[in-house]
Design a protein around this ligand. Structure first.
Ligand code: MG
Ligand code: MG
Ligand code: MG
Length: 304
């Protein structure tokens, strides 16, 4: 049987990397030949998790040949997936996003739940399969949940995420509050990140009402720290808009301490944001907004 490649989305976040690995550990224990891979460089947050738990990063996957067996985690939209995904053999999906722009050639195992993190679904899959969770896998799933739910503060967080994290915390042998805050803070250390990388590190592309939209997000402990670089950020966004024919690029700098975001909207459809937020110098302060999935994406969908 051919090996199956497991991966999360492009511009991978901690959930996309860690869930691919935790699922690979599970499928291996069930006797399958699988390999966790990644569709981009690790961000600083994920690097911190790997350093803390002494975990080695998976291999970069550039594209897949037609007929390659794959499992998608933490995403389902082809616009966010590996090059060649349209002709791959998708065997399974484990995800917590809305299903969109996704189809398969063959019947598929789908584990899709409206929870805060793919790691939470994986925790349930370990239990459903009666497989003991080893320390590495617990560390991976715990890191993913802490990251995706902003330590339970995101509106995407559910009781299932909290329950899973509390169990995983014991196996991983760390204090979740302490480890989680250090993890999130590690991802906000952006001074030596170029403006180009800043707008790409957590960017996702969506097709909304026939328009090409990118929503990018960075976490920070001080919004001004990011926005003092507005000129350079705008230059890179405008370049991305031109190069990729985007209608809208929405960039959010999210204050993980206070749970707010500063929005920066550029592109021909940027005025759509003005239906909700008055933009000044292309910017608006969005009080209480932290989640792309539950807040930024609906904002664009409702207004575009
Ligand atoms: Mg993700
Ligand atoms: Mg996720
Ligand atoms: Mg995220």
């Amino acid at each position: 049987m051919d090996k199956t490649f497991i991966f999360g989305h492009k511009n991978p976040d901690t959930d996309s990397i860690c869930s691919a690995m935790a699922l690979a550990n599970l499928r291996s224990k069930l006797g399958e030949e699988v390999e966790a891979t990644r569709l981009g460089e690790l961000n600083k947050e994920t690097e911190y998790a790997f350093k803390t738990f002494n975990i080695k990063a998976p291999r970069l996957l550039e594209k897949v040949e037609p007929g390659t067996n794959v499992i998608m985690v933490d995403h389902n939209e082809f616009s966010q997936s590996v090059d060649g995904i349209e002709d791959a053999n998708i065997k399974m999906l484990v995800d917590h996003h809305k299903i969109s722009n996704f189809k398969t050639k063959e019947p598929v195992f789908m584990h899709s739940e409206p929870v805060g993190c793919t790691g939470t679904i994986l925790y349930k899959l370990y239990n459903q399969n009666n497989v003991d969770i080893d320390k590495e896998s617990a560390s991976l799933m715990l890191s993913a949940i802490a990251s995706d739910t902003l330590l339970f503060k995101s509106p995407t967080c559910t009781p299932d995420d909290i329950k899973a994290a509390r169990e995983l915390e014991k196996i991983a042998g760390v204090n979740l509050e302490e480890y989680g805050m250090n993890l999130l803070k590690a991802g906000t250390n952006l001074d030596d990140v170029s403006e180009k990388d800043l707008i790409n590190m957590d960017a996702k592309e969506f097709n909304i009402k026939g328009k090409k939209v990118v929503i990018a997000q960075v976490n920070t402990v001080d919004i001004n720290d990011v926005m003092k670089r507005q000129e350079g950020i705008e230059a890179e966004i405008n370049k991305a808009i031109k190069d990729n024919n985007l209608d809208l690029f929405l960039f959010a700098a999210t204050d993980i301490i206070n749970g707010n975001s500063e929005l920066l909207a550029l592109g021909n459809s940027a005025d759509a944001i003005e239906k909700t937020y008055k933009l000044e110098n292309h910017r608006a302060f969005a009080e209480g907004l932290v989640s792309r999935k539950k807040q930024f994406l609906p904002l664009v969908e409702n207004n575009l």
